[in-house]
Write a protein that binds this ligand. Structure first.
Ligand code: NDP
Length: 279
């Protein structure tokens, strides 16, 4: 496309909802630019950036599995990218690549919008804290000063270095790493206000819950980073028990809005972005 100047790169990329969301905001602002999706194999990120720069692209979003590789290819990083240790947004400017991360701040805004509470006041249990999204979410909770952060992950070995960084680099007050034992997860769930699923469990209808059903209670807030399907088994079960729930569309929306403003220097029309997502 001749006026393609923004993109999302990933592998696989065909299911990304970013193009429809950003295109709706670009159109609403009367900006004559196309936002496209580009399939990029691992280790082809540098070649892809070079080609985009040659074509005069403004920037791009970066998704799985390229968020770390992209960071290494940047000349400058914003505070958010440095803090979160990954980039999901790149700005091409004056021959430089500037890396940013809107996932963490986007999650914080999503939680505030969906539950009316700031991470600053919420004790949180993060399921899948060792994954890319989970790590960004855990770090954001620490940056916002969450009073307690419980971390769980299938591969428990990944948790210790993350917990250390939350405590040492971000001054998190109380960080606990959990085994996958039912009683540990149940005890932790009873001590928090908010449970966040950032595992990939729930992408498929037949997936098991990411935590034991007995850990769920009506007093909790339950956020699932997954947005497709919009109602995961976890959210369905939590709703049945009377908990407050929300899915990953709000995180997608707000990280997208932050990226848009980073590239274009103006805030997008959030209502247009929502319409682009049918949300
Ligand atoms: P990663 O591949 O980096 O991490 C996947 C996580 O899921 C890991 O913690 C992994 O544990 C865990 N996991 C995978 N399979 C299983 C299983 N069978 N049982 C238990 N745990 C499992 O992916 P991302 O972090 O990028 O994405 C995770 C989820 O977050 C996805 O569903 C994605 O859709 C969503 N997401 C939503 C965003 C939004 O804007 N709403 C943004 C980014 C992601 P282990 O370490 O043991 O492998």
């Amino acid at each position: 496309a001749p006026n393609a100047k923004l993109a999302v790169i990933g592998h696989p990329i065909k299911h990304s909802a970013s193009p429809q969301m950003h295109q709706a905001a670009l159109d609403a602002a009367g900006i004559d630019i196309q936002y496209i999706r580009v399939e990029v194999e691992p280790h082809q990120v540098e070649a892809c950036f070079a080609e985009m720069e040659r074509l005069g692209f403004i920037g791009c979003n970066v998704t799985v599995p390229h968020k770390l590789e992209a960071m290494d290819l940047c000349h400058e990083l914003t505070e958010d990218a440095k803090a979160l240790g990954a980039t999901n947004t790149i700005l091409f400017k004056d021959g430089k690549r500037i890396g940013h991360n809107s996932d963490g701040p986007g999650l914080a805004q999503a939680i505030y919008e969906d539950f009316g509470k700031s991470l600053t006041e919420l004790r949180v249990l993060i399921l899948g804290a060792g994954g890319g999204a989970g790590r960004a979410i855990a770090t954001q909770c620490a940056r916002e000063g969450s009073p307690a952060i419980y971390l769980s992950n299938r591969t428990v070995e990944k948790l210790e270095p993350i917990a250390e960084s939350l405590t040492n680099e971000y001054g998190a007050k109380l960080v606990c790493t959990l085994s996958n034992a039912t009683e540990d997860l149940t005890t932790a769930a009873a001590r928090v206000d908010l449970i966040i699923n950032s595992t990939s469990l729930g992408l498929h209808f037949e997936d098991p819950l990411p935590l034991p059903e007995s850990a769920l209670a009506s007093s909790q807030m339950v956020y699932d980073a997954i947005y497709n399907p919009p109602l995961t088994p976890l959210l369905a079960k939590a709703q049945e028990l009377g908990a407050s729930t929300s899915n990953g569309l709000s995180m997608l929306l707000h990280q997208g809005a932050i990226s848009f403003a980073f590239w274009l220097g103006q805030s997008p029309d959030l209502a247009a972005m929502r319409r682009g997502l049918n949300y």
